[in-house]
Write a protein that binds this ligand. Structure first.
Ligand SMILES: NC(=O)c1ccc[n+]([C@@H]2O[C@H](COP(=O)([O-])OP(=O)(O)OC[C@H]3O[C@@H](n4cnc5c(N)ncnc54)[C@H](O)[C@@H]3O)[C@@H](O)[C@H]2O)c1
Ligand SMILES: O=P(O)(O)OC[C@H](O)CO
Length: 339
């Protein structure tokens, strides 16, 4: 199916969260002159965006378009028909719960699973914003590339089906930003959440200098884990092998531009997770998702040895080389990823 071009440039879109990804999405949406209202949690950042047209905290590379306006007020977002929610996964419930709004479209852009509850973002949003029409935007998307206008394709999974897709694709697509339709909300969410954990593992391989063969093996066996978990949770196989699953897994497992990959690399080089994370203002979602994902998999009898290994490393149970040795000494078995 196809989208219908863009809606009138007059309709303002709201972006909630002015980290790297929210700012990049605002920049992309404003690239055709559309007005974008961007909520930032940090008051100084609101001022900087409005006065200097830049986000020195989270996306210093971008000169922000003049039609982006920042606000510190979540109430300002309540009147907008389309909101992109781009706060980190662990903060979605509290931020969304503070927006006094009923109905409208909510496009979920965080990649993660809520610790403590095990909820995917759409489940969080259904509770925090009952009555909203939910969609998930996910795929291989480094923020700095999207902000620079480089070509990018994403999955836009719409719980409201094709009618919602027509509405949202018209508002969100740009010449260099290409959404693909899906009705598989859970599949799009699971791919994005699981790949972050696997990217930490790929970073460890890099940090330990285990080579390109090992990284390719890890991507492939990691994808098998994503498939086992995703299919058990009701995801469609096509979504997992698409942009929001395999596509994002390949991107995030291939570059130190990924915060998850670079966290893993530091772990492989001998650092502790606590020391790496305490020195960062940015989020590595995989560190929060890994334990809850492992728990969900264990509860369901789903084998995810790479995810378990990441949890062991994050918790400092053993040094990286020992965790890898233990993965490599598992019994030989059939490759069938679903077996
Ligand atoms: N950066 C990317 O390239 C990229 C791409 C796609 C998806 N994502 C996803 O987008 C989400 C946001 O990531 P990001 O890269 O924009 O963040 P970031 O690491 O650039 O910035 C951290 C963000 O967390 C916010 N924050 C910190 N404490 C908070 C709190 N208590 N309540 C609410 N917000 C709080 C900050 O205000 C800031 O917006 C994540 O789920 C990430 O996986 C990121
Ligand atoms: O920097 P990361 O690891 O959070 O990855 C960013 C995006 O999710 C890549 O698609």
């Amino acid at each position: 199916m196809t989208g219908n071009g863009r809606m009138g440039a007059g309709m303002q879109i709201g972006v909630v969260g002015a980290g790297a990804w929210g700012t990049a999405l605002a920049q992309m949406l404003a690239s055709d002159g559309r007005e974008v209202l961007l909520w930032a949690r940090e008051p100084d950042l609101v001022d900087q965006i409005n006065r200097e047209r830049r986000n020195g905290l989270f996306l210093p590379s971008a000169d922000l378009h003049p039609t982006i306006r920042a606000t510190a007020s979540l109430a300002d977002m309540a009147v907008l028909p389309i909101l992109l929610l781009v706060t980190p996964a662990q903060h979605l419930a509290s931020v969304l719960g503070q927006i006094p709004r009923s109905g409208g479209d909510i496009v979920l852009c965080a990649k993660g699973i809520e610790a403590g509850t095990g909820r995917l973002m759409a489940d969080v949003a259904r509770d925090a914003a009952p009555g909203a029409d939910l969609a998930v935007l996910s795929g291989p998307t480094f923020a700095h590339e999207v902000a620079a206008g480089l070509p990018t394709a994403v999955t836009l999974a719409c719980a409201g089906g094709e009618a919602q897709w027509q509405r949202l694709s018209a508002a969100i697509a740009r010449p260099a930003f290409r959404p693909y339709y899906s009705d598989d909300v859970a599949g799009a969410e699971i791919g994005g959440a699981v790949k972050n954990v696997l990217a930490i593992a790929c970073g460890v391989v890099d940090g330990l200098r285990l080579g390109q063969n090992a990284r390719a093996a890890l991507i492939s066996r990691g994808f098998a884990e994503m498939q086992r978990f995703g299919l058990a949770m009701g995801a469609q196989a096509e979504t997992l092998s698409g942009l929001s699953g395999l596509g994002d897994l390949v991107l995030t497992c291939s570059s130190t531009s990924s915060r998850n990959f670079s966290l893993g690399k530091a772990l492989g080089e001998g650092a502790s997770a606590a020391s790496v994370l305490s020195n960062r203002a940015t989020v590595a979602e995989g560190a929060f998702t890994a334990p809850v994902l492992a728990g969900l998999a264990r509860d369901r009898g789903i084998s995810m040895p790479i995810v378990e290994a990441v949890v062991a490393l994050l918790e400092g149970q053993a040094p990286a080389h020992k965790v890898v040795a233990s993965l490599l000494s598992r019994p030989l078995r059939a490759e069938n990823p679903l077996g």
